[in-house]
Write a protein that binds this ligand. Structure first.
Ligand SMILES: C[S@@+](CC[C@H](N)C(=O)[O-])C[C@H]1O[C@@H](n2cnc3c(N)ncnc32)[C@H](O)[C@@H]1O
Length: 339
């Protein structure tokens, strides 16, 4: 929350841990919903062209001036906008809502209404991926967010992976960024990306653009089904956390069974026991992300030991944890099938 605390509040909250935490959470929830609503109404896009009055903005956005002015004033107080001489301008924090936070606004605003039921019953009332498929704008924001993260991590992932060759399977790798990165790094490597049909369109365009259409095959499929083909290596990147533990373990076993002797499994995940030094807002975000997975997909973040246990049970050995020199808390699990 970009809210500015006054020095006494800041001291009580930050230094003494005595701040009105629940009240700040409430204000944070209000600020987040206000920011997300402004993004959906087009306030931030309109103000990107320059400062404006509530009257003119209301006309441009085709909304009612009186509640818009209340929203704009709240956004000023929450730190998203600035107000000078009766005109509103973007504040530095507004940028967040032009990128990944817009997706979180939709997820928390709609899907987290099912959190209580998910905890009571153990099942999310609304399955995440079908929900996404019905909302083209939210689906796009989700894939843009995944693609942005993958682009920032791919060089470190390729660097930390053991040497790969032959045939690579990329399960749930729809945007194809990791398969492209591995194919660009390893001459002769051929990859098969399996994902839901809606997730593959963007990957297909990216593969063509990279000139790798002859080496990367995109296959619509469901990761709950049997794995077709034999592979020398497989990627399970950010897939396990969307599944219940027994389903994630079964997926690791199915993918392992499709590996040739000596084949490599790479799992990329933010583990529930993150790298040492993960604290503050990064640690809190991971806890909230895990709760989001429970609320929307029936999954959660898993510890490295849990994932390593599934890999060992599937018959993999040489299981290693490899941190990444990249932003975020994702790490690699590397394991090999016995020769
Ligand atoms: C969190 S994203 C991870 C994407 C990519 N592997 C990465 O690390 O950036 C999960 C991916 O799994 C795919 N997925 C989810 N459920 C699936 C299913 N039942 N069958 C196939 N793919 C699925 C999604 O479409 C999405 O591309």
């Amino acid at each position: 929350m970009p809210l500015y605390l006054d020095p006494d509040e800041l001291h009580a909250f930050r230094d003494l841990n005595q701040g009105p935490g629940a009240l700040l959470d409430l204000i944070g929830a209000m600020a987040f919903r206000a920011g997300g609503t402004a993004q959906r109404l087009g306030v931030f896009d309109a103000l990107a062209a320059g400062p404006d009055t509530a009257h003119d903005l209301a006309r441009k956005l085709d909304v009612v001036e009186r509640p818009l002015a209340v929203l704009l004033d709240a956004l000023v107080r929450f730190g998203y906008l600035e107000r000078r001489d009766g005109r509103y301008a973007l504040g530095p924090a507004a940028e967040g809502f032009t990128t990944g936070l817009a997706l979180w606004h939709d997820v928390i605003g709609e899907l987290w209404t099912g959190l209580e039921e998910a905890v009571r019953t153990g099942h999310p009332p609304e399955p995440y991926y079908p929900w996404l498929e019905q909302r083209p704008g939210t689906l796009r924001a989700f894939h843009d967010m995944l693609a942005g993260m993958a682009r920032s991590m791919a060089p470190a992932v390729v660097h930390q992976a053991p040497p790969l060759g032959g045939r690579l399977l990329d399960v749930g790798g729809g945007h194809a960024i990791y398969s492209i990165a591995f194919c660009q790094a390893v001459p002769g490597l051929a990859a098969t990306v399996v994902d839901l049909p809606g997730a593959l369109a963007e990957g297909r365009a990216r593969v063509e653009e990279a000139g790798l259409g002859d080496r990367i095959t995109l296959v619509p499929g469901d990761l709950r089904d049997a794995v077709e083909g034999r592979y020398d290596a497989a990627l399970l990147f950010n897939v396990c956390h969307g599944l219940a533990p027994e389903d994630a373990a079964a997926l690791v076993a199915r993918v392992t069974a499709a590996l040739e002797p000596g084949g490599t499994l790479l799992v990329l995940e933010p583990f529930a026991d993150p790298p040492p030094g993960t604290r503050g807002h990064a640690a809190a975000f991971l806890a909230g992300f895990s709760l989001n997975l429970a609320a929307t997909q029936g999954g959660r973040l898993y510890t490295f030991a849990e994932v390593a246990g599934w890999a060992a049970a599937a018959g993999l050995a040489g299981i290693e944890r490899r941190p990444l020199d990249a932003p975020g808390t994702d790490e690699l699990l590397v394991a090999r099938r016995a020769t």
